[in-house]
Write a protein that binds this ligand. Structure first.
Ligand code: MN
Length: 442
């Protein structure tokens, strides 16, 4: 079994923090979570540095390092995490992140003698702004939900929805890291080339079919050398943690450009992730068996292992919410569009990482893998408007006065994720929110 599946004292549901807000039932950041982000104070901007969420506070790893509160491996990990990106901490692998997590969990526990030295290292989340948690060298997006693949395939190719390779190969494409932004990202409606319905000549102009995709992101910790594949039983040792990811998509551009090489300009105008990365260690209590339907083939040997079968999947609840400009004007709350779980994914995080390196491709600390849109088995669990509106044929009711087939200017999409299970303490991912502005003049 890998470290990621083992439970230890940091998962103890009885453990409470002297940071009182961390003990709020249903909060995102109890002491069992301890996710990482890169932040700075908004009021007097200083340099960005790593931090760890606890309740409504952030443990400032730069302050922690300056005060030399931890020693040994935890101290080294805190120093690595105090930089303006988490790449150095990621490079230490799961043992570095674990040492720091264990030390912080103990120091933040109720009754800890460390309270007085740690207290000055806390920054309220309300006073913080975030940036990307890592320097993302490469970004790959997968297509790991068979429910999404089938529903979208049916719209693009009604007679041939699921291509025969799907059940064997974790399908992916190389995305672009330059346009990845952290929650709060705004982008202009993309322009591009599309073939209007029923026409024979393409046009260029603003996309009329901008959509969101409800996904999770996977951050790579230690990498592998070129030519040196990562076997599945070692895959999770190379994963730092997971975040929420919105793979904004222009469906009309996509439909015209995607054959034969896959997504290109339909996807790389913006991608929004949550600031917080939840470590695989924090996700350990929410593991579930990886199973396949009886009619589906078992994965090839290199994508299979006893640990992956026993607990390769993770029950991460995921939701998409929409707030339109009109809703903001009226002071109305965002509306939930869909709800599902990452447990329905056709491939696990270990399988995605192992497949990515089977040809010898080298991954590096801070690389980001997207899981692909995570749609569940039911139509209401769809992770995109393309699916919820059945290709734009059935508008989705939004609030009392509006509906949507695709996104309108000013729409703000908020993706949320969390884990809960009886006998454990709920942990949350925070959110990944992004907003589309009108197209720039052509
Ligand atoms: Mn995607």
């Amino acid at each position: 079994m890998s470290v990621a599946l083992e439970l230890n004292s940091t998962h103890d549901p009885q453990r409470r923090s002297w940071v009182v807000s961390a003990n709020t039932v249903g909060g995102d950041f109890p002491i069992q979570n301890l996710p990482f982000a890169v932040f700075r104070r908004r009021a007097r901007p200083d340099t960005f540095r790593g931090g760890v969420a606890i309740g409504d506070q952030i443990v400032d790893l730069a302050a922690l390092t300056q005060a030399a509160i931890f020693s040994g491996e935890a101290g080294a990990a805190a120093r690595a995490g105090a930089q303006s990106t988490l790449n150095a901490l990621m490079q230490l692998g799961p043992s570095g992140a674990h040492a720091l997590r264990q030390a912080l969990s103990d120091a933040l526990s109720e009754g800890s003698a460390m309270q007085s030295v740690l207290q000055p290292c806390l920054v309220p989340q309300l006073d913080a702004e975030y940036t990307l948690p890592a320097r993302i060298g490469d970004y790959t997006d997968f297509f790991a939900s068979i429910h999404h693949a089938t529903a979208v395939g049916r719209l693009f190719r009604p007679d041939n929805p699921l291509l025969p390779n799907y059940q064997w190969v974790p399908i992916g494409y190389h995305g672009r890291s330059s346009s990845i932004g952290v929650s709060g990202q705004q982008f202009h409606r993309p322009r591009g080339q599309r073939l209007p319905p029923g026409q024979t000549l393409p046009v260029v102009g603003p996309s009329a079919r901008v959509d969101y995709e409800l996904e999770l992101g996977i951050f790579v910790s230690t990498g592998n050398d070129l030519g040196d594949p990562i076997p599945i039983h070692e895959a999770e040792q190379h994963i730092f943690g997971m975040c929420i990811l919105n793979d904004w998509s222009a469906r009309d551009l996509q439909a015209w450009e995607y054959q034969p090489l896959g997504p290109f300009l339909a996807k790389n105008f913006a991608t929004t992730i949550s600031p917080w990365i939840i470590t695989l260690e924090a996700l350990a209590p929410f593991r579930v068996p990886f199973t396949r339907r009886a009619e589906d083939p078992e994965p090839l040997d290199y994508l299979s292992s006893p640990a992956n079968r026993a607990g390769g999947a993770i029950d991460i609840r995921i939701e998409a919410w929409l707030q339109t400009a009109l809703m903001r004007e009226r002071g109305a709350d965002a509306q939930r569009l869909s709800y599902s779980s990452f447990r329905h994914s056709y491939w696990t995080v270990a399988q995605l990482l192992t497949h990515h390196t089977v040809n010898g491709c080298n991954l590096q600390p801070g690389d980001l893998l997207g899981t692909g849109t995570q749609s569940g088995p039911m139509p209401a669990e769809a992770g995109s408007l393309l699916e919820l509106s059945v290709g734009g044929a059935h508008p989705v009711q939004v609030g009392a006065e509006e509906n949507r087939t695709f996104l309108q200017d000013g729409d703000r999409v908020i993706l949320k994720a969390w884990c809960e299970r009886p006998g454990t303490v709920r942990i949350g991912f925070g959110e990944a929110a992004g907003q589309m502005l009108p197209a720039r003049a052509g």
